[in-house]
Design a protein around this ligand. Structure first.
Ligand SMILES: Cc1cc2nc3c(=O)[nH]c(=O)nc-3n(C[C@H](O)[C@H](O)[C@H](O)COP(=O)(O)OP(=O)(O)OC[C@H]3O[C@@H](n4cnc5c(N)ncnc54)[C@H](O)[C@@H]3O)c2cc1C
Length: 441
């Protein structure tokens, strides 16, 4: 235990100085930390890998990091069930599972998140038949406010199960999870550019006709930078290390970072820079292990908002969001990202109950983002949008409850598991409201 150092998120724009910072190594130590916090009247939050853009982690109470609880506890190759401690990162687990012939069915753009942090905010990849990562969980071990350990799964307590999978850390500390892996697979990837207009006109065909389809599009450019990834029986023939570094690190990070810096200092150049960046992104074809295709390094400092809207509104919403991003007053040197996700049944899953299109907007560090994000949010809300819990948004419990049909059921579970609001902070209070504020289920 130590007096907390300053904790910062990955983007560097969220920070706090917790009264106590602890890195437990076991469930028992988590329980002890919770007991000490409760006795001292301190609230408790957990930091995963700090890759949320919101203030989801921040606390002036006790902050726990589970980065030392990162072991694989059990792998059953026959069933594909994998039990891990909650602090393991998606990337480390992907590599370990591959050695057992197993894989995540899908992943997002990066894999440095902890499994509990990623699932707790509804982190997702792209692929219309594939739900977010939390839907791949089979059971979860929580340490509750009273120090009890609760193992939750669908069979024993479906209500708590649907609440616990996406809970932004508001129910307790997740100490271990069991996930359903799939047999390891290879993806054939084609990353290329196509006219945005044609991409939007043929969106259903592209989304339904591929295992994983998504795209980026820069404001002011007529192009979409598409990712079309399909399972293949071919053996992996990955890019050379140099080729991979050149594309994923140099072009996608350092060169792009330089372009953003130039755009930030000479705002009038942004439309031209965006067109040049899109037109020169080229075509890359490769075949590799699934997790090596899904996730790439992302180093450019930016902030992000992402909304989940019903899939059928995708093309129209993209067109409108691009118009907003092209307004001179917003100076946006960063692309929109558009992805597709299958429905799931977690009470607070942004993709809950409906086929979903996620649209993300970004802003480079140092360029004002709030007015831009607020304008985009209005469009998203008009389309029934639900924000990604780990990315910036301006909603409150009052507005969010209308978007979630099972809101009150989540709140009833929360009131039962954390009756005194031990696992709260300003973010949780803002987006979920005080404990007990929902209607009785
Ligand atoms: C560069 C970048 C790329 C991204 N790409 C994607 C993407 O492709 N798809 C996508 O959906 N999202 C993406 N994200 C968002 C990211 O996946 C989520 O914000 C995710 O929650 C981050 O995981 P983390 O481990 O860093 O958790 P943190 O951000 O540290 O925490 C997230 C939440 O989980 C809670 N938490 C963490 N661990 C525990 C635990 N053990 N018990 C209880 N609560 C816990 C925290 O208190 C917090 O509320 C990206 C973010 C960045 C910065």
């Amino acid at each position: 235990m130590s007096k907390g150092p300053v904790w910062r998120n990955f983007a560097g724009d969220q920070s706090c100085r917790p009264a106590v910072f602890e890195r437990p190594t076991s469930r028992a130590e988590v329980g002890e930390a919770i007991r000490r916090a409760a006795e001292a009247d301190r609230t408790v939050r957990v930091a995963g890998a700090g890759h949320s853009f919101t203030d989801a982690v921040l606390t002036d109470g006790t902050l726990l990091s589970l980065d030392r609880m990162n072991r694989v506890l059990d792998v059953d190759r026959a069933t594909g069930l994998v039990r891990v401690e909650a602090g393991i990162t998606l990337g480390a687990l992907s590599a370990l599972m591959y050695d057992h012939g197993l894989a995540f069915a899908n992943l997002g753009d990066i894999d440095v998140q902890s499994i509990a942090g990623a699932t707790g905010t509804g982190t997702h990849g792209t692929g219309i038949t594939l739900p977010n990562l939390s839907a791949g969980l089979k059971s979860m071990e929580l340490t509750l406010a009273d120090g009890r350990t609760l193992e939750v799964d669908e069979a024993t307590d479906p209500d708590t199960w649907r609440a616990a999978r996406v809970s932004v850390g508001a129910l307790g500390v997740v100490t271990a999870v069991t996930l359903q892996a799939v047999p390891a697979f290879t993806l054939g990837a084609v990353d290329t550019t196509a006219p945005l207009a044609a991409t939007l006109d043929n969106l259903d065909e592209l989304v339904d006709g591929n295992d994983h389809f998504g795209f980026f599009t820069f404001p002011h450019s007529p192009l979409a930078m598409t990712k079309t990834w399909n399972r293949t029986a071919a053996s992996p023939s990955p890019r050379s290390r140099l080729g991979e570094w050149f594309h994923d690190m140099f072009l996608s990070n350092y060169a792009y970072w330089g372009v953003c810096l130039l755009g930030r200092s000479r705002r009038g150049l942004i439309p031209w820079l965006n067109r040049v960046a899109s037109a020169n992104s080229g075509t890359t074809r490769y075949t590799d292990r699934s997790y090596r295709v899904f996730a790439t390094p992302r180093r450019v400092p930016l902030t992000e908002m992402e909304y989940a809207i019903p899939r059928e509104h995708a093309a129209e919403a993209v067109r409108v969001v691009r118009e907003i991003a092209e307004r001179r007053e917003f100076d946006v040197p960063t692309p929109l990202e558009v992805r597709f996700v299958a429905p799931d049944d977690a009470y607070l899953s942004p993709a809950g109950g409906r086929e979903t299109c996620y649209i993300a907007v970004h802003q480079f560090a140092g360029i004002p983002w709030e007015a831009f994000f607020r304008s985009v949010e209005q469009v998203m809300v008009a389309h029934g949008g639900r924000p990604h819990w780990g990315k910036r948004h301006f909603q409150t419990a009052e507005t969010l409850r209308r978007q979630y049909p099972h809101w009150d059921r989540f709140q009833a579970v929360r009131a039962r598991l954390d009756p005194h609001g031990l696992f709260t902070n300003a973010y949780v209070e803002r987006v979920l409201g005080p404990v007990g504020a929902g209607e009785p289920a």
